[in-house]
Design a protein around this ligand. Structure first.
Ligand code: FES
Length: 123
């Protein structure tokens, strides 16, 4: 069995997004190369799918309301923690990705996870 070092494993499954200080509180940023957005609320970082499943609006143009990401088109809301529908017309949630902060850089998983947890901080 091939054993990969920690750095190699993370490199294979994570995509570097930006430095932690480059994303402001309340900002929603489309992630280049992945159908995902990175959201910051306070010190917490979340990554959800880019498109609303209702009519395909770009969630990068939405806004953070409480613990939800609100769609800009019809106001559907998705839980930042997991992507589930909280209100509005969408019938299904959006994918959620893992977020990792390591050495001041933000990474997200290449593939969505079932549950979206606040960023894991690794020093
Ligand atoms: S497109 Fe998002 S709620 Fe309709």
């Amino acid at each position: 069995m091939l054993r990969l070092g920690r750095r190699r494993r993370e490199g294979a499954g994570l995509v570097r997004v930006c430095a932690e200080g480059e994303i402001a509180d309340g900002e929603i940023r489309a992630i280049e190369g992945l159908p995902a957005v990175l959201c910051r609320t306070g010190d917490d970082l979340y990554a959800l799918g880019l498109r609303c499943p209702h009519s395909g609006a770009l969630l990068s143009k939405g806004k953070i309301v409480g613990d939800c990401l609100e769609c800009p088109l019809h106001g559907g809301r998705f839980a930042l923690g997991g992507g589930a529908v909280r209100s509005g017309p969408p019938r299904r949630g959006v994918p959620a990705y893992d977020v990792v902060v390591r050495d001041g850089m933000i990474y997200i998983s290449r593939r969505p996870r079932r549950r979206n947890r606040p960023a894991q901080r690794r020093r």
